[in-house]
Ligand binder design. Structure first.
Ligand code: SF4
Length: 355
């Protein structure tokens, strides 16, 4: 019988498999808080149970294949799965300064980890390398959670340091909803990584039906929509999935999505020169988002080999942002991180495979 990845299980599932059930909490703490790499290191688990665990389960479904470190601090990982396929994840440390009550300046780092949910992707967005290489398979919940665990371990990030998770790597998370849902639960378990659902953002290309399904699950996660265009014709060109789920259906699904009182739905807008960077598009966007607690994130298109699109002018992106802000839409600009490494999703995997 082949062994099973123990990271696939929620604590409750483990409690029904391993007796007595309190051992599930201990196992979770060893795996997610004490970062052990072997069942033998789980000192408060009786030896006979450790032997059973070793016979039937394994702990780590990923191996680090390549790491690229950018001068801006972001670190990109290419992980090899047990079947030899590869996926990408990124650690994005953000340096912050805060003034303490006594007036002292405190420097601290906030971590965001961008993870993959599938090997490849079916959606086929025209600006994305992952989309171009097609779909291979869904990741299991253990392969999803393991990306965060490996990155925390590899960077000595203490178990109690807060991290944010964004499902924005390879794949469409809502096309693998069962495993993503389970991963959200595993991430948020207080005996495990203890990452509140409010720190987990699920980013989708806009599968309206699945957005509704996710909303009905009431997981408490944040939602991000990759919108990128304000009319269906351009969106179909950028994202063929728009033929099945047009802009109107996405906006309708978002309006029903449960949003925490202090949070907003994020609309990602990849700004591409001469395609969607004009004030006419900004006007349409304001109209589209009317009545939604939204925040728009403008992202500079990051050119890569084989792409026909161009990086927009800074002045046009600033004018776009200015229009949105003046018309009451919260809007930030995100510079692509890791421009000196393989910044675009799928780029590191693509480079390694061509070697
Ligand atoms: S941008 Fe996201 S949804 Fe679109 S093809 Fe790439 S991985 Fe898939």
């Amino acid at each position: 019988m082949s062994k099973i990845n123990i990271l696939n299980y929620t604590k409750e599932e483990l409690g029904s498999i391993i007796k007595p059930s309190f051992r599930a909490k201990q196992l979770y703490e060893w795996i997610y808080k004490k970062y052990v790499n072997s069942f033998d290191d789980m000192k408060n688990i009786p030896k006979d149970l450790r032997e059973i665990l070793k016979e039937n389960y394994y702990l780590c479904p990923l191996k680090i294949s390549t790491i690229e470190q950018s001068s801006d601090g972001s670190i990109k990982y290419l992980f090899a799965l047990n079947d030899g396929k590869t996926i990408e994840s990124v650690l994005l440390p953000m340096k912050k300064e805060e003034v303490a009550d006594d007036g002292k300046l405190i420097h601290h780092t906030r971590y965001t980890i961008c993870i993959s949910s599938q090997v490849g992707c079916k959606i086929g967005c025209s600006f994305c390398l992952t989309g171009k290489s097609g779909f291979l398979r869904n990741l299991t919940s253990g392969e999803i959670t393991s990306q965060v665990l490996m990155i925390k371990k590899d960077n000595n990030i203490a178990e109690n340091r807060r991290v944010n998770i964004v499902f924005m790597g390879m794949g469409e998370p809502l096309d693998n909803l069962d495993n993503v849902q389970k991963a959200v639960k595993i991430f948020s378990d207080p005996f495990g990584l203890s990452i509140s659902p409010r720190r987990q953002t699920i980013s989708t290309s806009g599968l309206s039906a699945q957005i509704k399904k996710l909303g009905n699950m009431n997981l408490g996660v944040l939602l991000a929509i990759s919108l990128h265009a304000v009319d269906d014709k351009l969106r179909e060109q950028l994202m063929p999935i728009n033929k099945a789920y047009n802009i109107e259906s996405i906006i309708d699904a978002v309006k029903e999505f449960p949003v925490d009182a202090r949070k907003r739905v994020m609309f990602e807008y990849l700004v591409i020169k001469n395609l969607n960077d004009d004030i006419k598009s900004a006007k349409k966007l304001v109209k589209l988002l009317h009545g939604i607690k939204a925040k728009v994130n403008l992202i500079f298109f990051n050119p890569h080999d084989g792409s026909n699109y161009q990086r927009p002018e800074i002045k046009d992106v600033l004018a776009f942002q200015d229009y949105l802000l003046k018309h009451g839409v919260l809007c930030t600009i995100r510079e692509s991180k890791g421009l000196d490494i393989s910044a675009a999703c799928g780029q590191l995997k693509d480079r390694q495979e061509k070697k």
